[in-house]
Ligand binder design. Structure first.
Ligand code: NOJ
Ligand code: CA
Length: 562
C-alpha cells in the first residue's frame, strides 16, 4: 500500500440500518434502492463512508446478524445487482461502503448448521460448529445476551448434543478449529472485495476461538486467524478498512491493532467515559481514558462511536469500573425499562433528556479527537426512540426525512412498516426530520454539516498529534491537535454550568488565535489566555497563520450548492 495515507485515516463514518433508512419500492421496508436515492443527502452532510449493518439473507432473529447466506442480499433489501448499483452510486458521490462481516456465527437456519446437526458425531460436517455433551464447558465465558439467554449452550434434539452460541440460541458459533470454516469465511471476504466494498466492520470478533478457563475473548488463535484474514485482504491490493467490534478494555482491544492485523478497533471504553463525563460534569476520568488509548495505540486508529444500533454497552465491570457505570446510571436520563443485557437501550437524544447542548458537545469532542468518528443515523437530527419495542428495536426506527406520512421513510400503509416512525412528544417526525432541519439555520442537522465541513478543512483534526493541556477547571478538558502546518486548540466544558479559566499558551506566545467554527478573532496567545465556555460549551481555535491552501473557509464551503 506504500506510504500514501489510507482513506480511513480520520474519516467520519455514518452507520445506518438499511431496513430502517429509506424504502425505495413502497413495501414498508428500507432497501438498497432507497438508500441509493439518499446518497446525495449523505454527501451534502459530509460523511466519508457508510457502514451498513448486515444486508444478507436472514430470518432476522437478531437484526440480520443471524445469516443464512453470506454471499447474497436479503430479498427484502434487493439483490446483488441492486448492491452493485448502490456501490457504484456511492463511489460516484465519493462515499466509501463498509459491510458488517459476521465471522463468529451463522443463523441456525444456515444450510451448514442444518447439515451439521444431521451429520454423524465427529464428522467434518458436524464439526463446522462447536458441539459438546457437557453444557458446562467454557464456564468462564459470560452469557452476553443475558436478557434472553441463561446459558451459552443449547441442546439440539437431532444432533443429540449441545451447541455453543455466544449470542442468541438462533446463532450457533462457527468452529474456527476447523480449517474448512476458516477457508469458507475467507472466501466470503474475497467475494465482497471482488464486488468492490471498501471495508468491513468485524462483528463480535473476540469470540472466534474458545479455551477452557478463559472468558473466551481475544485468544491467541483468534488473533492468528485475523492475521490470515488481513493477509487475504491485502492480497487484493487496495485500501480496505478492517475494524474490530471488540467490546473490551483498551489493553485487550490493542492486540487487534497490531500492524499485521486490523486497521481500526472501536473504543467503547472511551464512549462510556464520554457519557460519564457529561453525567458527572467532570473530565478527569475522560482525560485518563484518552491518555490510555493514545498510549496504547497513538494516532487515529480508534473508531469512536457515541451510540449505535445496540444498547450503550457498559458491561459487568470488565469494560469500565462499576463506579463509572453508576455515574452514568445516575446522571443520564433512562426512563423505565431501558436496561438491556449490559447497558442502556436508548438513543443519544433521549439519553441526554433532549438537551441539544450536551448532544453538540459530545459530537464536538468526537469530531475533534484522534480517531474515526462514527455518527449513527438519525443522531444528526436528535431523533428519539420508541420505548416498548422489543430487544434493541427502540433505537432502530425509521429515519425521519420529511413531515409527510411515515416521515417520508416509506409510502406504504403504516401497518406494513418495518418499525413505527417516532411520534413521541418532543421527537415527532413532523418536527424532527431532515427537510425541516435543512431549512432552519440553527438546527442540529445544519450544525453537524458545519462541523463536518470544518473538520475537512482542518487536517490537524484528522491526522494531527494529540496532546492534553493543563486545565485549571475540573469540568474543562483542553487539548491540541497539530500537524506541521496547523495547530488546533480545543476546549470543552462538560458541565451544565458556565466555566471561565486561564490557559497557559506560552508555547505559542504572541501567535494569532481565531475561533475556527465561526472564524472570530481572539487575543494573541499568551501565558494567561482567558476563555469563557457556557454550560456544555466548547470551541476549536486555530493558532497561528495557516498556509493558503488550508486557509479556513467553511462559510464558502457551506454556501456551495447541495
Ligand atoms: C454485535 C452486534 O452489534 C449486535 O447487534 C449483534 O446482536 C451481536 N454482535 C451478535 O452478532
Ligand atoms: Ca422496500
Amino acid at each position: 500500500m506504500g506510504t500514501r495515507e489510507p482513506w480511513w485515516n480520520g474519516a467520519v463514518i455514518y452507520q445506518l440500518m438499511p431496513r430502517s433508512y429509506a424504502d425505495g419500492n413502497g413495501d414498508g421496508i428500507g432497501d438498497l434502492q432507497g438508500l441509493a436515492s439518499r446518497l446525495s443527502y449523505l454527501r451534502w452532510l459530509g460523511v466519508e463512508a457508510i457502514w451498513l449493518t448486515p444486508i444478507y439473507p436472514s430470518p432476522l432473529q437478531d437484526g440480520g446478524y443471524d445469516i443464512t447466506n453470506f454471499k447474497d442480499i436479503h430479498p427484502e433489501l434487493g439483490d446483488l445487482a441492486a448492491f452493485h448499483r448502490l456501490l457504484t452510486a456511492a463511489h460516484g458521490q465519493g462515499i466509501k461502503v463498509i459491510l458488517d462481516l459476521v465471522l463468529n456465527h451463522t443463523s441456525d437456519l444456515h444450510p451448514w448448521f442444518q447439515r451439521a446437526r444431521w451429520a454423524a458425531k465427529g464428522s467434518l460436517e458436524r464439526d463446522v460448529y462447536v458441539w459438546s455433551d457437557d453444557p458446562h464447558r467454557y464456564a468462564d465465558a459470560p452469557v452476553l445476551f443475558r436478557h434472553f439467554e441463561s446459558s451459552n449452550w443449547e441442546w439440539d434434539e437431532v444432533a443429540g448434543q449441545y451447541y455453543l452460541h455466544r449470542f442468541l440460541r438462533h446463532q450457533p458459533d462457527l468452529n474456527y478449529e476447523n480449517p474448512w470454516v476458516q477457508e469458507e469465511m475467507l472466501g466470503v471476504v474475497d467475494f465482497w472485495l471482488e464486488r468492490g466494498v471498501d471495508g468491513f466492520r468485524l462483528d463480535a470478533v473476540p469470540f472466534l476461538f474458545e479455551a477452557e478457563g478463559s472468558r473466551c475473548e481475544g485468544l491467541p488463535d483468534t488473533h492468528a486467524f485475523l492475521r490470515k484474514l488481513r493477509a487475504r485482504v491485502d492480497a487484493h491490493g487496495r485500501d480496505v478498512l478492517l475494524v474490530a467490534e471488540a467490546i473490551q478494555p483498551v489493553d485487550e482491544a490493542k492486540p487487534y491493532l497490531a500492524d499485521d492485523e486490523l486497521h481500526g478497533a472501536f473504543n467503547f471504553v472511551l464512549t462510556a467515559h464520554l457519557f460519564a463525563a457529561v453525567a458527572s460534569g467532570t473530565c478527569k476520568e475522560l482525560c485518563n481514558a484518552l491518555e490510555e488509548a493514545q498510549r496504547a495505540v497513538p494516532g487515529c486508529r480508534w473508531a469512536l462511536p457515541l451510540r449505535n444500533h445496540d444498547e450503550l454497552w457498559l458491561g459487568d465491570g470488565h469494560l469500565v469500573s462499576e463506579d463509572v457505570i453508576q455515574v452514568i446510571r445516575a446522571g443520564l436520563h433512562q426512563g423505565q425499562g431501558h436496561w438491556l443485557n449490559w447497558g442502556i437501550n436508548r438513543r443519544l437524544a433521549p439519553l441526554l433528556n433532549g438537551d441539544p447542548r450536551p448532544n453538540r458537545l459530545l459530537h464536538g469532542l468526537l469530531y475533534s479527537l484522534p480517531g474515526m468518528p462514527h455518527l449513527y443515523y438519525g443522531d444528526e437530527l436528535g431523533m428519539g426512540d420508541w420505548p416498548g419495542l422489543r430487544d434493541r428495536d427502540p433505537n432502530r426506527t425509521p429515519m425521519a426525512w420529511t413531515p409527510a406520512r411515515n416521515g417520508g421513510f416509506s409510502s406504504a400503509p403504516d401497518p406494513l412498516l418495518v418499525l413505527p416512525p417516532i411520534t413521541a412528544p418532543g421527537y415527532d417526525y413532523r418536527v424532527v426530520n431532515v427537510e425541516v432541519q435543512k431549512q432552519l439555520p440553527g438546527s442540529l442537522l445544519n450544525w453537524h454539516r458545519r462541523m463536518l465541513t470544518c473538520r475537512r478543512l482542518l487536517p490537524a483534526l484528522r491526522r494531527g498529534t494529540f496532546e492534553l493541556l493543563e486545565s485549571s477547571h475540573p469540568s474543562v478538558i483542553v487539548y491540541s491537535r497539530c500537524i506541521e502546518t496547523m495547530t488546533v486548540l480545543v476546549a470543552a466544558n462538560l458541565s451544565g454550568a458556565g466555566a471561565s479559566l486561564h490557559l497557559d499558551l506560552s508555547r505559542w506566545q504572541g501567535e494569532r488565535t481565531r475561533e475556527a467554527l465561526w472564524g472570530c478573532e481572539y487575543p494573541p496567545a499568551s501565558a494567561d489566555w482567558f476563555i469563557y465556555l457556557p454550560a456544555y460549551g466548547f470551541s476549536w481555535w486555530l493558532i497561528g497563520e495557516v498556509e493558503e491552501s488550508v486557509e479556513f473557509s467553511a462559510n464558502d464551503a457551506l454556501s456551495s450548492p447541495a
